[in-house]
Ligand binder design. Structure first.
Ligand SMILES: [Zn+2]
Length: 364
C-alpha cells in the first residue's frame, strides 16, 4: 500500500523527540505535529523552528527532508489572529484545547463560547483560519455544562457534539473543522449526519481496538488511559462502523502521545500512550478485525486526510513511497529508554502500547 499519513501525532521535544521521530517517520508520509509543548506553540517562528527540530532529530535513513512535515498552532488566549493570517505553508492547522482537559492544555480556552462569540480573540482566530483555509482541529470535549457544572469525563464529547460544535459551525460557515480522536457514538452519529468537505474527523487505533472493559480488566490499567477516555463497547462499535463505511471525511490520526513511565504510573496518571512503535500496524489490525482491509483502509490512511488538509502526494520532486504490511505477529518486548533532558546521566522509560503483548501485523 501507499505510505500512510498521520494527522495527529505528538512528537514531543528534547530527547523524547529524538526517540519518537524515527518511529513515526519510518511509517508515515505526511504528518501533522501537535503544538502542546511546554510552553505551547503560539507563533509561526516557533512552529517553523519545531518543524526544523523534527527534521534534524531523525537519522538520514528516514530521509526527513524529503518527507512532508506539517505543524499546528495552539489556540491559546495569547494566539494572535495575525499569526494565523501570516502562517507559512507548513502551518496546516490550529489546535483547540479546552483548558485543563488533557496534557498541557492549561493554556487552552477556558470558555468554549469564545469560539462563537464575536469580539473575542478566539473568534477572530477562527475567522482568520477560515479566511486562510487553515483547518481547525478540535479536541471535541466540554469541561462544564451550561450551568457551569463539571461534566463527567465520559459525557464531555457528547456534550460538545450537542452544544458546542453546532454553534462553532454556525458562527464560522466557511471554516474547515476536524474533530480529533472521536471516541463516542454521539461523535460518530454527528459525522454521519454532517461530515463533508468542511467537516471531518480523525480516528485513533486505540479507540477502534479497545473498549472500557480493557481499561479496567484486572484493575485500572494506566497504559490504556487516554483523553478522550475509552468508552463502553457500543461506542467502540459505532466508531468501527464509521471507519468501515469508507467515507471520505474520516482519516487516520494516531494521537501517539508518549509519557515517562513515572508520569503514567503516578497518583495522577498522564493521559496518552505511545503508539508510534506500531503506528500503522495497529490500524491494520483494527481494519482487519472489521474485514475492511481493502481500499477503505488505504483511503482512510493515505488519501482522505491529505485531501482535507489540501496537500499533494509529491514533495520536493519525490512521490509518496509504498510500505508493505504482513500478517505476522511480533511481541513488544521492551520499554523505550530516553535520556533525561536536564541531567545527561539519568534516563527514564516510556512504556509503549501493548508492552509484553503481541501485535498482529508487521511492517516489512
Ligand atoms: Zn493529541
Amino acid at each position: 500500500m501507499s505510505m500512510p499519513d498521520d494527522w495527529h501525532v505528538h512528537y514531543r521535544d528534547g530527547n523524547m523527540l529524538r526517540m519518537v521521530t524515527p518511529l513515526v517517520r519510518k511509517r508515515f508520509w505526511h504528518t501533522l505535529a501537535m503544538p502542546n509543548l511546554d510552553p505551547p506553540i503560539v507563533t509561526n517562528e516557533r512552529a517553523s523552528a519545531y518543524k526544523e527540530a523534527i527534521h534534524t532529530s531523525s537519522p538520514d535513513e528516514h530521509d526527513m527532508y524529503n518527507k512532508p512535515t506539517h505543524v499546528s498552532l495552539y489556540l491559546a488566549e495569547t494566539l494572535d489572529p495575525q499569526e494565523v493570517a501570516n502562517a507559512p505553508e507548513h502551518v496546516k492547522a490550529i489546535k483547540y484545547y479546552p483548558a485543563g482537559l488533557t496534557t498541557n492544555s492549561e493554556k487552552g480556552i477556558t470558555d468554549p463560547s469564545a469560539l462563537w462569540t464575536r469580539g473575542t480573540r478566539a473568534h477572530e482566530v477562527l475567522c482568520a483560519a477560515a479566511e486562510k483555509k487553515i483547518v481547525v482541529c478540535l479536541h471535541a470535549a466540554d469541561g462544564k455544562n451550561a450551568h457551569g457544572v463539571e461534566l463527567d469525563p465520559y459525557d464531555q464529547e457528547p456534550h460538545f457534539m450537542a452544544e458546542s460544535l453546532p454553534r462553532i459551525r454556525d458562527a464560522h460557515p466557511k471554516l474547515k473543522i476536524s474533530a480529533e480522536h472521536l471516541s463516542t457514538k454521539q461523535g460518530a452519529d454527528y459525522m454521519l449526519k454532517h461530515g463533508g468537505p468542511l467537516l471531518g474527523c480523525s480516528l485513533t487505533a486505540h479507540h477502534l481496538l479497545l473498549d472500557r472493559r480493557d481499561v479496567f480488566r484486572g484493575g485500572f490499567r494506566p497504559h490504556r488511559s487516554w483523553m478522550p477516555a475509552i468508552q463502553s463497547i457500543e461506542h467502540t462499535e459505532a466508531l468501527r462502523d464509521l471507519a468501515g463505511k469508507g467515507l471520505p471525511f474520516v482519516w487516520l490520526g494516531s494521537d501517539s502521545a508518549p509519557h515517562s513511565q513515572a508520569k503514567k504510573e503516578s497518583d495522577c496518571c498522564a493521559s496518552g500512550v505511545m503508539m508510534a512503535h506500531a503506528g500503522i500496524e495497529l490500524y491494520a489490525e483494527a481494519f482487519d478485525n472489521m474485514n475492511a482491509l481493502d481500499d477503505r483502509f488505504e483511503n482512510f490512511a493515505c488519501r482522505n486526510g491529505a485531501r482535507f488538509f489540501n496537500v499533494t502526494d509529491g514533495h520536493k520532486d519525490k512521490k509518496r513511497p509504498s510500505i508493505h504490511l504482513q500478517r505476522l505477529k511480533w511481541k513488544v518486548r521492551k520499554p523505550f529508554m530516553v535520556w533525561n533532558d536536564t541531567d545527561e546521566l539519568q534516563h527514564y522509560d516510556v512504556v509503549p502500547f501493548r508492552l509484553g503483548e503481541e501485535i498482529e501485523w508487521t511492517l516489512s
